[in-house]
Design a protein around this ligand. Structure first.
Ligand code: GCB
Length: 594
């Protein structure tokens, strides 16, 4: 799905700002058809933002169910005769939208965009009422999963199987945009390098094409046309290409025009990075060169805005990545805003792109702490229905992010149950779906410690091994010698049993900023830094380890738990992005700065 874009034939209008907002405490809004009038007792809520932390009200913060957003929208008068599209970059976790009285869109999944052609329901130069109901409930049929519990006093409480706060709302931009009626609906571009020449294989989906023809131009970063083709699909070749490389995000622009009698009816300019990604034995190759991932698992998590996208905070995070010497990150544990991928494309930051499938493992939090069900895969828990939702989440992720050069690897899930045959049965079709959707990139999932090199039933489906390990924290807490031994033994085993590159996608320790101890006890900044140093010694001794992603870039909000003190403190930066000792430790290693 293409992002909205402005050019001589397309216009956009961002609907961000302050909207009317109502919490549907009694869950009656749909039955009472709240979209038909202005929502009663509306408060005001910024878009984009999570709704949870903005108003100082526990009933909003912890609300489980529907919330309603509403605003007037003016259709620009110049859009007469154009196709008008309403687009949501993300509504977490599901939403229905109405234009006036007409239900125009419905979407499941909190982190991928959806849109509706509303041409038939609006008039240029006139306003309409836009109503959206957003629902934040996690169930066994949602990705991520959860359960809603009704308490004795009738309030509803969300149980979840993941370690971050269940922020919800209109998290990203909402748009109105125009195109011509005949328009370019989608473009797919896959790049390759053949005999030193850059190759861009493109295909364009065109709607209402009629007698229109398609032309594709490839421009370099200076705007010079370097290759040209016609037709809805074709191959563009560039001699002496500037490659997209880690640390150097050189971008071409693929300009696709829909022409009628020589006139441009529609145009879309897609940034393209010419690069290859391949796994060869235990190496991860970008442009044929071994690549070593240095970076973090992150979260979209900020004070006040929660998971709401914020350009200033995003640019700052990238500046900190560069300061600390990171070359990559994982979009743990859900697809991030497209702005993030655009920025990574430009800076040459490498991304592991993850779905929102986190918590498909009731052995972890579910069984241990919540006293809930313990069977992960069953008719009552993660079922065939969940699997369908998961498959669609994978397809929507690939559909959205397939053209980003920064994305080098798809992560289908974080720490699912993969030591059982049921895990294998669940994941096999999902790997096939991912490979069908994108044959050009490696595919993997993030393994947790219940599934070992000899017992994991899913690793053989993956191109890489991604593992999260907490020796010295959840296992052997406080004992870094034991941690070193345990980690080395396990990584060596992964390397000898599976001839695949290993990326350690999580390792780390909580540290309370400002807590210092001479002994370096757990929770101190000293211990966090020392634990990372211990892991690094081991990584450097095992050739198959091709990546280190510290958990986490920054402290982040979680649900309530006796294991969390005002959130998860494994950040090497605090939630307001100040460095802990560990950040300096990483900077020394990754930048060689002393
Ligand atoms: C994990 C999870 C991550 C948690 C982390 C922790 O394995 O993947 O979501 O936040 O551990 O800190 O416990």
């Amino acid at each position: 799905m293409l992002r909205p874009q402005e050019n001589m034939v397309r216009e956009t209008k961002r609907l961000d700002g302050i909207w009317a907002f109502a919490v549907d405490t009694q869950g009656v809004g749909r039955a009472e058809e709240w979209w038909r009038t202005e929502v009663a007792e509306a408060r005001r809520m910024p878009v984009p933002s999570s709704f949870n932390d903005v108003l100082v009200d526990p009933a909003v913060h912890d609300h489980v169910g529907d919330v309603w957003y509403q605003r007037q929208v003016f259709v620009p008068r110049g859009w007469a005769g154009q196709r008008v599209v309403l687009r949501f970059d993300a509504a977490t976790h599901r939403a229905v939208a109405w234009v006036g009285e007409v239900r125009v869109a419905e979407h499941e999944g909190g982190y991928t965009p959806f849109e509706a052609d509303i041409t038939a329901f609006v008039r240029a130069g006139e306003p309409f009422r836009l109503s959206v109901v957003v629902n934040n409930e996690l169930t066994w049929q949602s990705i991520p999963p959860g359960t809603v519990e009704v308490m004795p006093n009738g309030t509803r409480r969300q149980r979840q199987y993941h370690d971050f706060f269940n922020y919800a709302g209109l998290h990203r931009a909402v748009w109105l945009y125009s195109t011509s009626i005949a328009h370019i609906d989608d473009i797919t571009a896959v790049t390759d390098i053949e005999d030193g020449n850059g190759v861009v294989r493109y295909s364009a989906d065109v709607e209402e094409r009629g007698s229109g023809s398609v032309r594709a131009l490839l421009r370099d970063a200076d705007g010079m046309v370097v290759a040209e083709a016609t037709g809805t699909s074709g191959v563009l070749r560039v001699s002496n290409p500037e490659l997209w490389q880690p640390g150097r995000g050189y971008l071409y622009e693929l300009e696709v025009d829909l022409l009628d009698d020589g006139a441009v009816i529609d145009r879309y300019a897609l940034p393209i990075g010419i690069r290859t990604v391949r796994v060869d034995g235990a190496q991860f190759l970008i442009n044929g060169e071994p690549f070593y991932f240095r970076g973090f698992g992150k979260h979209e998590d900020l004070n006040v805005r929660g998971r709401g996208h914020d350009d200033a905070a995003m640019v700052h995070d990238f500046a900190l990545l560069s300061w600390v010497g990171a070359n990559s990150f994982r979009t743990s544990h859900y697809p991030y805003a497209e702005e993030v991928l655009d920025h990574a494309d430009r800076l040459g930051i490498v991304v592991i792109d993850e779905t929102a499938a986190v918590g498909l493992n009731l052995g972890v939090g579910g069984g241990m702490f919540l006293g809930g069900p313990k069977t992960t895969f069953s008719e009552e828990t993660i079922s065939a229905e969940t699997q369908q939702v998961h498959r669609r989440a994978i397809e929507e992720l690939v559909d959205r992010d397939k053209n980003h050069p920064c994305v080098v690897l798809w992560s289908l899930a974080n720490e699912p149950e993969t030591h059982t045959d049921d895990g294998r049965v669940y994941f096999e079709p999902l790997f096939s779906a991912a490979r069908r959707a994108d044959p050009s990139r490696p595919v993997g999932f993030v393994n947790m410690m219940f599934a070992l090199p000899d017992t994991c039933t899913v690793t053989e489906l993956a191109d890489v091994v991604m593992i999260n390990r907490y020796f010295g924290w959840y296992v052997e807490p406080g004992d870094l010698d034991a941690a070193e031994r345990g980690l080395e033994a396990e990584l060596s085993r992964w390397a000898s049993v599976h001839n695949k590159p290993i990326i350690v996608t999580e390792y780390g320790a909580d540290a309370l900023a400002g807590l210092h101890t001479v002994e370096g006890n757990p929770w101190s900044e000293e211990y966090q830094a020392a634990l990372l140093g211990t892991y690094h010694k081991v990584f450097d001794r095992i050739d198959a380890v091709v990546g280190e992603h510290v958990w986490n870039f920054a402290d982040f909000a979680t649900g309530p738990s006796f294991m969390r003190v005002d959130g998860n403190k494994k950040g090497v930066f605090t939630r307001d992005r100040r460095p802990k000792m560990a950040a300096h430790e990483l900077r020394r290693r990754w930048h060689g700065v002393s």
